[in-house]
Design a protein around this ligand. Structure first.
Ligand code: ADP
Length: 536
């Protein structure tokens, strides 16, 4: 410091990159630097030794002057940001800006200066030009507003997509339901071998289409956060047995073996989402079946060493997956190569849905594979085993053994359904049974019939004109209540609907339905459900 003299120091202040104004304790300007002079468009004579509020009268009564007063009187340091007071001094970048009255945005430090062993006190005002920062902030704010608007738009678009997919799937499922139902019924008639072959193609194509629609609907529901994971008791042994049995015929016809094992330490009843776990297994075993020509498929369920996760393995001796494709097969619409669709069919959505479902269950999935040797999919999900319980106590209606048609209980059923095709399907399903089926074309007629006639069960389509199934159910329950009918003897109402979304199901239960069956209605399901309620 010793080689810096007064002149040096003054030059440094003059050339400083910020504005400097120094006042004595009488509010007189005793120093201004180049930066300040250049932007105030004033010369030194106009400023030197002048009272600050004479040169800048607009400062009177402002926070800036208050800070200067406090600085000189009480040696108080203050910062005046541009947020509250953006332009305290009339400072401009150039003359055009003066004309336009566009001041520089300013950030002020008001600094008390007292010199050792001197009575004199000064106030140094440092001014920083923050115009660029303000412009950037403004831009950022504008971008945030735009981003917010885009986010809202994107959410709306995604909602519209989900709604569209939900209603489209309903529109497609209803006629498909008729096609599958009729194909099922046709198999019960006398057919030539050739006709049977055509019918098999028809049924398989219908089922494939149905699976694709379900996949698309599932994916859109997962992506829009509408799919919820359930936490219910189930038996993994029963689930595996049932799932494997779905593939036994196919395995036999392809000449491959399919087997499974469940390790002993897994509890009889565990907690989780059995429907989704079955969907995952069907996807993985379905793929294994599709891509295996010789050898075997093996499914294994075991517990991790710490007994905290359930490990499910689906292993095959099929064509295998090339190393470089192992990661991408979990992405939407990805297949190992373009010939896959031609040879094996599929949409490339199965593994995407599988992985998303497993992640939603807080689990993980991995795959190991060797080309030409086979693949092994390993998934781990959190395990919650329950103490053994006799599962026969709660018999599921699907486990019921149906009696022959002639031994089936006689009954009278009210079917509320507007679609003639659906009426026709259900009629054909029940035609051999001693069931009198009475049809109501909408909820309103169903309600009137219910009030004037006697029925054992109501089958209620949920989407109907005039009065839908939800309203009709509510009205029937209200009628029963007004008639003082004990809820224990309330008539079973079985809802039939293509809307299998959780919200729709819970809404229906809130309205008072007893049970729920989703479209396409299967003959065996509807008969077992009717039998279940008649046998109660
Ligand atoms: P897809 O509907 O095409 O089967 P997935 O998402 O289920 O869709 O599978 C994506 C791709 O991963 C398949 O097309 C196939 O190329 C490959 N893949 C999946 N599982 C197997 C398997 N077990 N063996 C061989 N390749 C498989």
């Amino acid at each position: 410091m010793s080689f810096l003299n007064e002149k040096h120091l003054l030059t440094i202040v003059q050339k400083s990159g910020i504005g400097i104004l120094i006042l004595n304790e009488n509010f007189k300007i005793i120093l201004t630097n180049h930066w300040f002079l250049k932007r105030s468009f004033l010369d030194e004579q106009h400023l030197d030794n002048k009272l600050i509020f004479d040169v800048f009268p607009e400062l009177v009564g402002t926070r800036t002057l208050k800070s200067i007063e406090q600085c000189l009187e009480f040696s108080q340091y203050s910062i005046l940001t541009h947020t509250l007071n953006p332009f305290p001094f009339p400072l401009f970048d150039n003359e055009q800006k003066i004309e336009k009255k566009e001041r520089i945005y300013q950030y002020l430090h008001v600094i008390p200066i007292s010199i050792d062993d001197e009575q004199n006190r000064f106030c140094m005002i440092q001014i920083t030009d923050v115009s660029q920062q303000v412009t950037r902030e403004k831009l950022l704010r504008e971008q945030m507003v735009v981003a917010k608007e885009r986010e809202v738009e994107a959410k709306k678009a995604s909602q519209a997509k989900t709604d569209f997919l939900a209603s489209m799937s309903h529109e497609i499922r209803t006629p498909l339901n008729a096609i599958l139902g009729m194909a099922d019924t046709l198999t019960e008639t006398n057919l030539t071998n050739e006709q049977m072959e055509y019918l098999t193609v028809l049924r398989n194509s219908g089922k494939a289409l149905y699976n694709i629609i379900n996949d698309i609907l599932d994916l859109s529901r997962i992506e829009s956060g509408k799919l919820e994971i359930e936490h219910i008791e189930f038996s993994i042994r029963d689930l595996l047995k049932e799932t494997i049995s779905l593939f036994l015929m196919k395995a036999k016809s392809k000449g491959i073996q399919i087997s499974y094992s469940v390790s002993d330490d897994i509890a009889e009843q565990i907690k989780g989402d059995s429907t989704r776990i079955q969907q995952i297994l069907i996807n993985l075993i379905g793929n294994a079946m599709k891509f295996t020509e010789i050898g075997k498929i093996y499914v294994d369920a075991s517990l991790s060493q710490d007994q905290k996760s359930l490990c499910l393995i689906v292993e095959d001796t099929g064509i295998g997956i090339p190393n470089e494709k192992l990661n991408s097969i979990f992405e939407s619409f990805t297949q190992v190569d373009s010939s896959t669709t031609r040879r094996y069919g599929g949409t490339g959505l199965g593994l995407t849905i599988t992985k998303k479902l497993i992640l939603m269950m807080n689990g993980e999935i991995s795959v190991q594979s060797q080309l030409g040797k086979g693949s092994k999919f390993v998934l781990n999900i959190p395990y919650e085993g329950l103490v053994h319980r006799d599962s026969n106590i709660h018999q599921h209606w699907l486990d019921l053994e149906l009696p022959d048609a002639e031994n089936f209980p006689k009954c009278r059923i009210l079917l509320a359904e507007d679609s003639e095709e659906n009426v026709f399907i259900i009629k054909t399903f029940l035609r051999k049974y001693p069931i009198e089926l009475v049809i109501a074309k909408n909820g309103k007629i169903a309600l009137q019939m219910f009030q004037s006639e006697k029925f054992d069960i109501v089958l209620m389509d949920m989407q109907m004109p005039e009065m839908d199934g939800l309203e009709a159910t509510k009205q029937i329950r209200l009628y029963e209540h007004n008639q003082n009918i004990d809820p224990l003897f309330a008539i079973p109402i079985i809802a039939i609907s293509a809307n299998v979304q959780k919200e729709d199901i819970s809404k229906s239960f809130m309205a008072g339905i007893t049970s729920y069956i989703s479209k396409p209605v299967r003959k065996i399901e509807i008969l077992k459900l009717i039998y279940f309620y008649l046998a109660l």
